[in-house]
Design a binder for this molecule. Sequence first.
Ligand SMILES: NC(=O)c1ccc[n+]([C@@H]2O[C@H](COP(=O)([O-])OP(=O)(O)OC[C@H]3O[C@@H](n4cnc5c(N)ncnc54)[C@H](O)[C@@H]3O)[C@@H](O)[C@H]2O)c1
Length: 283
Amino acid sequence: MGDIAVVGVLGAGQMGGGIAQVIAASGLQVKLADMDLATSERGKVAIAGRLEKQVQRGRLSAEDCESLLERIVPVAAIADFADVDMAIEAASENFELKQKLFQQLDAVCKPEAILASNTSSISITLMAAATSRPDRFIGMHFFNPVPAMKLVEVIRGLATSEETYTATKSLAELAGKEVVSCEDKAGFVVNRLLLPFLNEACFTLEEGVSTIEDIDKAVNLGLNHPMGPFALADFIGLDTCLAIMEVLHKELGEDKYRPAPLLRKYVAAGWLGKKSGRGFYEY
Ligand SMILES: NC(=O)c1ccc[n+]([C@@H]2O[C@H](COP(=O)([O-])OP(=O)(O)OC[C@H]3O[C@@H](n4cnc5c(N)ncnc54)[C@H](O)[C@@H]3O)[C@@H](O)[C@H]2O)c1
């Protein structure tokens, strides 16, 4: 993989942890940052916990597990990314936050380093404009859970160079993923199709068409989807689902993307899905 040897992953939550894991598994060095060192370290502990299960199931050797974990170094702040060849941002889905983080990354990372965002919905071109290197800025959208999901959507901003696209595609392939190229339009491909579906499930529930369990069962058995919409929304995180719907609504400007009031209500209550212990289901 050309010149990328050290990758900085910013955000050690469910996506950042998964991204750090698959990149370290490909043999590269990873620096993992979050709000502070303690949060980054917690992110690494979560990765270790998942890998430990793989070892117990005989899918990963104890030696490979150990060397993979050695390649992931939790760090305290973006200031520790001075030597990374590429930084992948996987912090919370909020434009102002990401804009601020990319300004900091731009100031700290070496000029040739590529900056990538794992955003689900925010414009790559808009974030790139917050940096001095829009040609070395790109969208790299992984899917959840990252170690299991084969797809990465690679999204070019208006100014993204061909070299940046090629290097990013190669990194994704090195990490065992298949790449689909997308234009910088809200939701890209998968979320443009998926989120209105999950949102419509909320309207269907709100209108009393059926229950949570039966809507999930209908999609499970009637469409052969491995997960029903409510189980999937809980898994993604209801706050993330709402944030994506808000972007689709604002950017694409059509009523069909209006977030369901029920989805807003769950998020307002702090019922964010699996990660908070309660969403449409209790965990
Ligand atoms: N959940 C999914 O299914 C999914 C899928 C694809 C992409 N994404 C995208 O990935 C990103 C992260 O989502 P997630 O599900 O991992 O969320 P998460 O809540 O699990 O993780 C977000 C992390 O960002 C950290 N963070 C917040 N502010 C920060 C700051 N100022 N500095 C450093 N770190 C900070 C949080 O502490 C947290 O660890 C979002 O942009 C989301 O849209 C999510």
